[in-house]
Design a binder for this molecule. Structure first.
Ligand SMILES: Cc1ncc(COP(=O)(O)O)c(C=O)c1O
Length: 378
């Protein structure tokens, strides 16, 4: 018999049994009083996590659809959009804006580094007519956490719309949609919210509605106005994935029970423990401590051992899945996800198995040094 597969990738993440059980119940009628009540409750809780005082909507679609909706609902063809790019997902936002006819400027950081606040200030002071700025809070492809509060502040002072991808930071680290003056924020179900892929969420400020009123981009299924109108009647414009909304309610109840400060501290500890173990084994981390992601850690393999060997051996010998680098970083780094339903035990187990597969591939380090270094960092 094969051992249970373990997802240590940056999403989809493990789904807790009570969430799976809720999803597996017979689907509710989406126009029922029961479903309306469920929808109202989950939206309230989603807004609490985001610290959002305005609107939030649930889409039956993945995170990229919510990114596209953020663009479709705010820009008109020809509008100038600035995309802050620290990896694959920042670049995706730029491509979406281009697909909607925007004139896109790019501000890029070096891979493995965050967006420079000074460079952002300079860019905005030089280009007076930028309407929308897209930001990736946590860049999943590199494992960098951008300083969203500072970025949003600069964008707000400049007067542009701040559109944020919080797909791999939401519910894993503190963020404050309304206080930080973010205008649109998107996230997805398969990350720290502990659900399978399939739902995404958008948060919308009053200022974003002003942009919506002027936007000439085509929109139908993802038109925010339809979702706002339906929510006045506690419902959704189209048939939502009712089973996942039921699962989301269970996940949100688990999140509330653990408590936000505890959840954020847990993710921070997972990151610290993993980093200490990796360094203890003599491996290199791709991202410096000061902007390391709380949810994804990128690791440079030892010179003589390929990323492919590490990933294959972890999968075949221990049924643990870790991720490759993406695009330019493919085969150069491997990424361990630690968001959502992940605990210290999972990190220690991954470190022990990583050490074993490295040794099988000829790497030398003292036995147990990874787990030992991780434990002594706790
Ligand atoms: C930061 C970030 N943004 C956007 C996405 C895209 O989300 P989806 O794959 O759900 O469309 C991902 C997926 O991993 C992501 O990590």
């Amino acid at each position: 018999m094969q051992a249970k597969e373990f997802l240590m990738i940056p999403g989809p993440t493990p789904v807790p049994d009570p969430v799976l059980a809720a999803i597996c119940e017979h689907p509710m009628a989406h126009r029922s009083k029961e479903f309306s009540q469920l929808l109202v409750e989950v939206i309230k809780d989603l807004k609490t996590i985001a610290e959002c005082d305005t609107d939030a909507f649930v889409f039956t679609a993945s995170g990229t659809a919510a990114m596209e909706a953020a663009i479709a609902n705010t820009i008109s063809p020809g509008d100038k959009v600035l995309s802050l790019i620290s990896g694959v997902f920042g670049a995706r936002f730029a491509k979406i804006a281009e697909a909607y006819g925007a004139s896109v400027e790019r501000l890029e950081s070096k891979l493995g580094e965050p967006i420079s606040i000074d460079a952002l200030k300079k860019k905005l002071s030089e280009s007076k007519d930028i309407k929308v700025v897209t930001v990736t809070h946590n860049e999943t492809s590199t494992g960098v956490l951008n300083d969203l509060q500072a970025i949003a502040q600069v964008i707000h002072e400049y007067g542009a719309l701040c559109v944020v991808d919080a797909v791999t930071s939401y519910a894993a680290c503190p963020l404050s949609f309304s206080k930080w003056k973010i205008d649109i924020m998107v996230t997805g179900s398969q990350k720290a919210l502990m659900l399978p892929p399939g739902l995404s969420f958008v948060f919308v400020s009053e200022k974003a509605w002003q942009f919506h009123a002027k936007s000439k981009s085509p929109k139908f299924y993802f038109d925010f106005a339809r979702y706002r109108k339906s929510l006045t009647e506690d419902t959704t414009p189209f048939t939502p994935n009712v089973s996942f909304v039921a699962g989301l309610k269970t996940a949100l109840d688990m999140i509330k029970k653990e408590g936000f400060p505890m959840i954020y501290a847990r993710h921070e500890n997972l990151q610290k423990t993993l980093r200490a173990g990796v360094l203890g084994m003599g491996l290199k981390l791709f991202v410096k401590d000061q902007y390391a992601s709380p949810t994804i850690t990128s690791i440079v393999p030892p010179e003589a051992i390929s990323v492919n060997t590490i990933r294959q051996s972890l999968k075949e010998k221990y049924q643990i899945r870790v991720a490759d680098g993406q695009e330019e970083l493919k085969s150069k780094i491997f990424r361990i996800g630690h968001m959502g339903y992940i605990f210290e035990r999972d990190i220690l187990m991954t470190l022990a198995c990583l050490e074993a597969v490295l040794k099988d591939a000829g790497y030398h380090c003292p036995s147990g040094i990874g787990v030992g270094s991780a434990l002594s960092s706790i």
